[in-house]
Design a binder for this molecule. Structure first.
Ligand SMILES: [Mg+2]
Ligand SMILES: [Zn+2]
Length: 219
């Protein structure tokens, strides 16, 4: 899953008139019921991994030290509610970075799927049984490129809908929050589970034909 706008609130910088990531630990606030949603994904058998573009250091908006403090706050806030992340993958690059070493047209900045592929390789994850959840179409595009199913977090009266077809970024579902996304995934998995033929319908000698994946098979 993406981070900003999924796990934590976005920040409105009124002087610049832009909405962006939190750049101080004080600005970092978890969205409602995020810990509960993460716990739900764990119960369903998933690993919960952040896949996030964070060009703020490259643009000179915050230091590496502050970024680390924000991460620490996120982990602590989740831990207070008994939730944890299995991994965090960040792209720190930006094509117009002020910081030279981070200036790059990289393969890890979403909508490129690089970070998803890396996480899958590192953590032995089957991407076709995984879901990418984000609040932007670049999240959906990255997820689709990596072969995941996708959920867009947003309003049902969707401002992004006209862009979805244009960018080939139509998600499998739209949800209003991470918890609702977890509930949708649970519904889909239980529907798929109920389509699995029962033991009686298995023809002898064909039992090696595997039923559809079960939630418990998903890493
Ligand atoms: Mg986001
Ligand atoms: Zn990158």
């Amino acid at each position: 899953m993406d981070r900003d706008g999924v796990i934590n609130e976005l920040i409105y910088y009124s002087e610049q008139g832009v909405i962006d990531s939190p750049f101080t630990p004080e600005q970092f606030r978890l969205l409602p019921k995020v810990a509960k949603a993460i716990t739900k994904f764990h119960e369903l058998g998933f690993k919960v991994i952040i896949i996030s573009n964070q060009p703020g250091i490259a643009k000179g908006y915050l230091s590496e030290k502050t970024f680390a403090e924000i991460r620490k706050k996120m982990e602590e806030e989740l831990a207070k509610e008994g939730a944890f992340l299995d991994g965090e993958y960040y792209c720190f690059h930006h094509p117009e970075a002020k910081v030279n070493r981070l200036k790059a047209n990289c393969k890890c900045r979403k909508p490129e799927p690089g970070l998803l592929l890396k996480a899958a390789k590192d953590r032995d994850i089957n991407l076709s049984q995984s879901w990418m959840i984000g609040d932007g179409l670049s999240d959906i595009r990255a997820g689709k490129s990596a072969g995941c199913r996708t959920i867009l977090l947003g309003k049902m009266k969707c401002e992004l809908c006209h862009l979805m077809d244009k960018q080939d970024a139509r998600p499998d579902a739209i949800a209003s929050s991470l918890l609702q996304a977890a509930q949708k995934v649970e519904e889909v998995l239980s529907q798929e589970k109920s389509q699995v033929p029962g033991p009686k319908s298995n023809i002898r000698g064909h039992s090696h034909l595997n039923p559809r994946p079960r939630a418990s098979d998903i890493k």
